[in-house]
Design a protein around this ligand. Structure first.
Ligand code: GSH
Length: 211
């Protein structure tokens, strides 16, 4: 498989974690979102891969191109069920997907590169942009703190879908200097992930395009 990725893209990071947890090999094809001549994601040939101009995109073993991290992760879960990311229990699965959706639908889209650039274009200065980011990430983490379990990863002894979303979001929180002091459960999950080979391998500091 080939993954179009950018080292600090949290959506790409989610897919990298899912692949690594499942023990699946892939070739990383870096797409530079902040290239000086304009992001590679907004230019040919990448627009031929993903007309939305965003990462990640996955080329499967069968040569099919997939976009959108939730769809890619669901594909991996269904195609390679051996190491499941979701519980068997229907209600538990819905809760795990709920945490993923808080982050993937309600937090990350609000601090995406293009959204922040639009705020700047509309005249918001950097302190306002920073306040915007902090507000939405803190609100999302506060929600997640109340949804996840009291021990282990988000939902138990093994990492799963919710962890694929949470750990990249924590990387973004750190980038934007957002304190995790108020979230002891989340800090516990972060500490566990920091020692897990799949999370170490997929961390933005360890990618082929890490500067
Ligand atoms: N919902 C999409 C979001 C993808 C996305 O927004 N990716 C970001 C990087 S994390 C991106 O490519 N941003 C480029 C831009 O906003 O111009 C997914 O989960 O794959």
């Amino acid at each position: 498989m080939e993954l179009y990725t950018y080292y600090r893209s949290t959506s790409s990071y989610r897919v990298r974690i899912a692949l690594a947890l499942k023990g699946l090999d892939f070739q990383a094809l870096p797409i530079n979102l902040i290239a000086p001549q304009g992001g590679e994601h907004r230019q040919s040939p990448y627009l031929g891969i993903n007309p939305q101009g965003r990462v990640p995109a996955l080329r499967t073993d069968d040569g099919e191109l997939l976009i959108q991290s939730p769809a890619i992760i669901e594909y991996l879960e269904e195609r390679y069920p051996q190491v499941p990311l979701l519980s068997r229990d229907l209600v538990a699965r819905a809760r795990e997907r709920g945490v993923a959706a808080v982050i993937g639908c309600d937090v990350h889209p609000l601090h995406n590169v293009s959204v922040l650039n639009k705020l700047r274009q509309l005249g918001h200065d950097e302190p306002q942009v920073v306040e915007w980011i902090g507000h939405w990430i803190s609100q999302g983490l506060s929600t997640v703190e109340q949804l996840i379990g009291l021990e282990g990863y988000c939902f138990g002894a093994e990492p799963g879908l919710a962890d694929c979303y949470l750990i990249p979001q924590l990387y973004a929180a750190e980038r934007f200097n957002i304190s995790l002091d108020a979230y002891p459960r989340i800090r516990r999950v972060a500490a566990l992930a920091a020692t897990h080979p799949a999370f170490i391998k997929t961390h933005p500091a360890n990618q082929p395009d890490t500067p």
